[in-house]
Design a protein around this ligand. Sequence first.
Ligand code: 4GY
Length: 224
Amino acid sequence: MKIRIATLFPETFDALNASIIGKAIDKGLLDIGVVNIRDFSEDKHKKCDDYPFGGGAGMVMTPQPLHSAINHIDPNREYLRIYMSPKGERLSQRIVEELSKQDNLLFICGNYEGVDQRVIDLDVDREISIGDYVLTGGELPAMVTINAVARYVEGVLGSNESTKEESFASNLLEYPQYTRPQTFEGLEVPEVLLSGNHAEIAKWRRQKQLEITKDRRPDLLEGE
Ligand code: 4GY
């Protein structure tokens, strides 16, 4: 999968080289490129922001550098272009799966008070929010979305992990996990998990999923 990111803060994405995502890049499963919007500014001081028309606090990202960056990356509209913003549709596991079916994703990261609306109108296919809170920029939301999408790319997860039978697919939260040692700080691993009885283990886990979902996220049980 090819991913491109347009941002005023390209260093933020150095974090992608660590962990599972970094390994997927090394294996050639993900091709991630970061583009500095400032490089496309035609202003003599490479300015990329200006005061908002109509007044108000803060600065707005000017349209020219961002529009030029986007059209440099994707001159033939081969990418799904995503703008990360609290005004977007809320990211869900369903949307993550949908995005993972695309060959090319372009993430557009806003900063300050946002980008000039005309860039969104002209150049953006989809506006997505990772949740109802305000961050300083779209960089972390883009990384969150890329991380979630990457898990669906063939070969990114190890053979033991899988996106196939995940809790969100069944609309239930996960059951608790235990590993060695069998006793830790006086707390025991539930007996059934040591029994070797796979039917009983499956039953126990499903029961725990229902309990924890009813307690913490009853909305998930109300169905679609
Ligand atoms: N929440 N989900 C989010 C965000 C920061 C002003 C536009 C979010 O996706 N993005 O808080 N983004 C804002 C800051 C410019 C992006």
